[in-house]
Design a protein around this ligand. Sequence first.
Ligand code: EPZ
Length: 423
Amino acid sequence: MPSKVRIIGGTPLQGKIRISGAKNAALPLMTASLLTDKPLTLSNVPNLADINSMAELLTQFGVSISSDKVEQVYTFKAETIQSTLAPYDIVNKMRASILVLGPLVARCGQAKVSLPGGCAIGTRPVDIHLKGLRDLGAEIEISEGYIIARAPSGLVGTSITMPLISVTGTENLMMAACLAKGETRLINAAREPEVIDLANCLIGMGAQIQGAGTDTITIQGVDSLNEHTHQVIPDRIETGTYAMASIITGGSLELTHTSLELIQSLSGVLHQAGIELQATENGIFVPAPSETIQGIDIMTEPFPGFATDLQAQVMALMAVCNGASMITETIFENRFMHVPELCRMGANITVHGASALVRGVKNLNGAPVMATDLRASVCLVLAALAARGETTISRVYHLDRGYERVEDKLRNCGATIERIDTI
Ligand code: EPZ
């Protein structure tokens, strides 16, 4: 599997990019199939490595999956669950596997799920997930790297205050509460669009949920859930990424099958920087910058704040701004690994704790660089598209986890980009 990408920079992107379904919506939606013995059909599912990993894990439990990858439609049927073991070798590949924990405990009264290791961007603890399940009455034990959860007489609804806003923590507990006895209130819940999309799907399956998208979600438990078909929302991170790819190359792109509402915070930052994104009937038009964009200070925050998953990409954009930008990462403790790689391309960035001071330079220059995590890898693609000369990016398997057919989408808009075999 070729694991390098070569890019010759300097060509303004022009044309149209179709945005795929959201990876971070599709993953929890897939695990929702465990909550019922009836079929769950999902459309607009992105064709990504992480989706394949989650499908592999669900198959381990005995879920039958039929998929039409061309139409991007999957049907999941957990008629009977033969196993509730989520093994280390799969969970370690994809941390979002922790999302099977809540549904398995709620449906089967037990689960043995490997503790997801940390990852490049941080230690990524799951204490909020485990505390919430304990609050719902599950017995939780950690043994030999596994979470062993038991709730033989089912879960009982209660009020859960999450000490930190956790996206998958909110999703895991919301799914578990759907089958608990009585009412559950999730306080300090995450408000991301992917949480709302999951709630809408669960409601379509017969769950009783109010308040998704606010900081308090109330769930009335039901005995069982029904068959449902749901379309995955567009990927707001992919949307923001390609909008910034357009701007950093001085081009203009039309992004389809998405909406401006999904990237309001980014749109506000770009407005301050001098770029006005425009809503179109089926998406967003990104106009060509009339002059060099202005440096803007940015702080990542839970939704509706600026998304941490767009932090690396906006840093690449600010690397060639007029002036300077202070970028502060408040969500993860180690999400600046793209900084040394950008500096190899001529960026002027200094990190001070959780903040990076980016002083804009006139041009970046192509160089061999290495991807360290999913969003850092695409930040390097953006920098390479704008840089003078050739850039090769190694370890691009990170890219395939979150960006569907990234070379095709960019090449169709004029980029010189190809995947090369490592020698
Ligand atoms: C989700 O991760 C996303 N992944 C991440 O996207 C995204 O960066 C993150 O939310 C923040 O928006 C999926 O949705 C599959 P959190 P998640 O729990 O849920 C701490 C990508 O690039 N925390 O909201 O794991 C945690 O350490 C990925 O697509 C605890 O302390 O993130 C972090 O500092 C990367 N204990 C903060 O909360 C817990 O039990 C927010 O994490 C859980 C989280």
